[in-house]
Design a protein around this ligand. Structure first.
Ligand code: SF4
Length: 371
């Protein structure tokens, strides 16, 4: 593709224009569009708004499993037989200690995720209390993923100091019924609207590789653009054994990078996050994902392990990026090196998190009691 294509693309984006379905399809799959030139174009936009900083997010699966919804991609769904460690909501003490740990490991944002369609009013008030306390103790941004919420719930959480609500769109409106039948795409949009009314920032992402087509991907990018979503996690579907969705995704590392570029082009100022599946699909091209994306999850995902902290921090450093944190990247790496045996960056297999991964503080307490 001529140099002009990339310059014109950049100019278009800088003028606030969106790109057409045809161009989006070319970006995703045309061999004429060189990956390196595409990454360079995305990087110019990323650098303009985010410099070379990476925001690290650490997820706390505050309540795992027991969900009655049937999102087919989810290991916590009623339709799933995945062998996950299920538990009701963690104690406040456990949540506070895990927030402290996340802060000390360099997290910019601490994400508390609750399984389930929605939370009761009592639970919302409880979450508000947790948010208030964590914010008083640590300079962490907080994101909560509570499921479906209404206007009053969103306002209560905002007043407690919550920065962000996470509620993923996951796929396109057209494809939504293929992945879930217990709630609709419009239910999800209503929650985003409640969060917006309450002036909460919104984190809403997608999952690539569930059988959707390129038109669906285009629609997702356009919808997130029109909703002015501040934070977009790009997940790549992980076919955990036992979940209802049996689709086996064929996603190459190059395709992952093209997807990340496309979402950067549609959402130049958004925090684009390399989310679940980054290790599994990006393989040795993973560091290149930092050119379109400016954020990532560390320590794995809800129920699947990711690379070690040391590998993730080293990857950021080796690619020439730095982190947004009160701690220096170099110091965090030194600290991890003193705690962890050095490993080489190997392709990671999909491994389900165990109790120690999900509840490190509780596991340590139980082990001490046994002694
Ligand atoms: S995505 Fe959320 S609502 Fe859907 S099954 Fe999983 S935990 Fe339940």
């Amino acid at each position: 593709m001529k140099k002009d294509f990339y310059n014109q693309l950049l100019q278009k984006i800088q003028k606030g224009e969106t790109i057409s379905l045809q161009t989006s399809k070319q970006i995703l799959s045309s061999k004429k569009i060189e990956l390196i030139s595409l990454l360079n174009t995305a990087f110019q936009i990323r650098k303009k708004y985010w410099g070379k900083k990476v925001k690290i997010h650490i997820i706390n699966n505050v309540q795992n499993g027991y969900c009655r919804e049937n999102c087919k991609y989810c290991a916590q769904a009623t339709s799933s037989h995945a062998p996950i460690e299920e538990y009701p909501m963690k104690s406040d003490d456990e949540i506070f200690k895990e927030a402290k740990n996340a802060y000390e490991k360099g997290a910019f944002r601490y994400c508390m995720v609750f399984s389930g369609r929605e939370q009761s009013w009592t639970r919302i008030e409880h979450i508000a209390k947790l948010v208030r306390t964590i914010k008083q103790q640590y300079p962490l941004e907080i994101c909560v993923s509570p499921g479906i919420i209404d206007d009053d719930m969103a306002t209560t959480l905002k007043k407690a100091g919550l920065n962000r609500i996470n509620h993923n769109l996951n796929t396109s409106k057209r494809y939504y019924k293929k992945i879930c039948s217990t709630h609709t795409y419009d239910d999800r949009l209503k929650t985003l609207s409640a969060a917006k009314k309450a002036h909460l920032q919104i984190c809403s992402g997608i999952i690539i590789g569930m059988g959707e087509g390129q038109e669906d991907i285009y629609e997702m990018a356009k919808t997130l653009h029109s909703l002015k979503i501040e934070s977009i996690p790009i997940n790549f579907f992980m076919p955990v054994e036992g979940i209802a969705l049996k689709h086996k995704p064929q996603i190459s590392p190059e395709y992952c990078l093209r997807i990340l570029c496309l979402f950067r082009f549609f959402n130049p100022q958004a925090e684009i996050r390399i989310a679940a599946g980054r290790e599994l699909y990006l393989k040795h091209l993973e560091p290149l994902a930092l050119y379109p994306a400016n954020s990532l999850f560390m320590e794995g995902y809800l129920n699947v392990k990711g690379r070690s902290r040391l590998e993730t921090l080293q990857m950021i450093e080796e690619a020439g990026f730095t982190i947004e944190s009160n701690f220096e990247l170099e110091d965090l790496i030194k600290k991890e090196r003193s705690l962890t045996r050095p490993t080489s960056r190997t392709d990671i297999k999909m491994v389900i998190k165990n109790r120690r991964d999900l509840r490190p503080i509780e596991t340590l307490k139980e082990e001490k009691e046994l002694l």
